[in-house]
Design a protein around this ligand. Structure first.
Ligand SMILES: [Mg+2]
Length: 327
């Protein structure tokens, strides 16, 4: 794209994240790059994104976290319009996984001005699409109970307080049904479009955005405390078929159904969505079209540079430095 053509940029002018993330100040220095379009609601953002793509815009940029990106994606999926991301949310999981990173607005702009594009599958739960993750079970029960007020006062501690409350409840037995008829029982089901559950660590080591497959983890664990240890272990190590334990099943599927014997809350991209009634089915399937996203050009790494960047090598170097100091 021409470096002088302003890119349409959808923002929610009232979002606190615009200021907290420093994006507002950055935009003041990049006025010529964008045509800022304020939107009042998620629905308006989706409609405007679709309208811009239909009008022939090759890029539609949006400022926000994963939830806001999804609303823009809904309007862009299946169109030639590419999603440009200015990641100003709290976690920015999707932008991190695509190599843009969190709140790195210069990298984000380079991605839009550059030519690299990534095709991304979009899966939907009962017609409701998500970008990165869906969770059925205690993780959604925790998210459901964290009120914005509690989150503001306690920050990350809000999760701990709520987790303790959720831990003492009886949890629904979930039945996950796969396309080949296999049925798996679980207390927590996590669906991943990409590798990440949050932050930098990878949960689904083998996941790809463009393989047409959804990565599924079904974990059978009555104790929520241990359930979180299991998820944490998977996030630390990257879950693959080879390294999972007896109570975790990993699958890659094109679609699946989820039911439960009791009320089952679910979350999409970190937002509580709804609670399934006992026996009610959540059907998960891929949308027929993909989403095009602006991504940075792949960094060219020599084999040696790639080896040196490996976390294990870095840990080893740190250990050697520490040993040197001891000597
Ligand atoms: Mg995939």
């Amino acid at each position: 794209m021409d470096a002088l053509t302003p890119i349409p940029l959808l923002i929610n002018p009232k979002a606190g994240s615009l200021f907290r993330s420093g994006l507002k100040a950055w935009l003041d220095d990049h006025r010529a790059d964008f045509r800022v379009i304020p939107t009042k609601s998620a629905e308006a953002l989706t409609a405007k994104a679709a309208e811009l793509a239909a009008a022939g815009e090759s890029i539609v940029a949006v400022a926000g976290g994963d939830g806001t990106l999804m609303h823009a994606a809904k309007g862009l999926v299946g169109t030639p319009g590419a999603l440009g991301i200015l990641p100003c949310g709290t976690m920015n999981v999707f932008a991190r996984e695509l190599g843009i990173g969190s709140r790195r607005f210069d990298v984000a702009l380079q991605a839009m001005r550059g030519a690299a594009r990534q095709q991304v599958d979009i899966f939907a739960v009962n017609g409701r699409p998500f970008l990165q993750l869906a969770g059925f079970g205690p993780d959604a029960a925790i998210i459901k109970r964290i009120t914005p007020k509690l989150k503001k006062h306690l920050g990350a501690a809000a999760h701990v307080v709520t987790a303790v409350k959720v831990a003492v409840e009886r949890h629904a037995t979930i039945t996950l049904t796969l396309p080949d008829g296999e049925q798996i029982s679980a207390t927590q089901v996590i669906l991943g479009n990409g590798k990440r559950y949050g932050g930098e660590a990878h949960l689904f080591a083998d996941a790809r955005y463009d393989d047409g497959l959804l990565d599924v983890a079904a974990i059978q664990m009555e104790s929520v405390g241990i359930l979180y240890e299991v998820i944490n272990y998977m996030v630390q190590n990257g879950a693959t078929e080879k390294n999972t334990n007896d109570f975790t099943k990993l699958r890659q599927v094109t679609s699946c159904d989820i039911t439960a014997d009791a009320k089952l809350p679910y979350q999409l991209d970190g937002d509580y969505v709804a609670t399934l009634r006992p026996g009610e089915v959540a059907h998960i399937e891929k949308l027929p079209d993909t989403l095009t996203v602006c991504v940075p050009d792949a960094p060219v790494l020599t084999p040696m540079a790639r080896l040196l960047a490996h976390p294990m090598v870095e840990a080893l170097r740190e250990r050697i430095e520490a040993l040197k100091e001891e000597l």
